[in-house]
Design a protein around this ligand. Structure first.
Ligand SMILES: [Zn+2]
Length: 115
């Protein structure tokens, strides 16, 4: 299994956000990968979707390089939805899905997605 130095922080945030989806960024800050908590500002069901608060994203960018986008599916399947794939491609950044219950993380890259 791949080791993610930010995994514990991401599980913690995902647990705090239940029943809503958590979202965050993986940042490279001076060569260290950290989890950057963001607010989910999705206007519809936060249980089923996420939109990262642009202010949180901008604050993250001030700290370091954005490497990837992280979110959770508190009530859904532990797999990327079609909307996630579109968003991954659109943002042109890897996406991680975290599950705090099983402490699992899966990843998808924009290049993995065929349109
Ligand atoms: Zn999703």
């Amino acid at each position: 299994m791949t080791y993610y130095p930010w995994a514990t922080e991401a599980y913690k945030h995902a647990t705090e956000c239940i029943p809503e989806e958590c979202c965050g960024l993986v940042l490279n800050v001076n060569g260290k990968e950290i989890y950057w908590k963001c607010k989910n500002i999705s206007s519809d069901y936060k249980e089923k979707s996420f939109v990262i608060d642009p202010l949180d994203w901008a604050d993250g960018e001030d700290q370091g390089d954005v490497l990837a986008i992280v979110h959770s599916h508190p009530d859904g399947l532990f797999e990327f939805s079609e909307a996630d794939k579109i968003s991954c491609k659109y943002n042109d950044l890897p996406f991680y899905l975290v599950d705090p219950k099983s402490e699992s993380i899966i990843k998808i890259n924009p290049d993995d997605i065929n349109d």
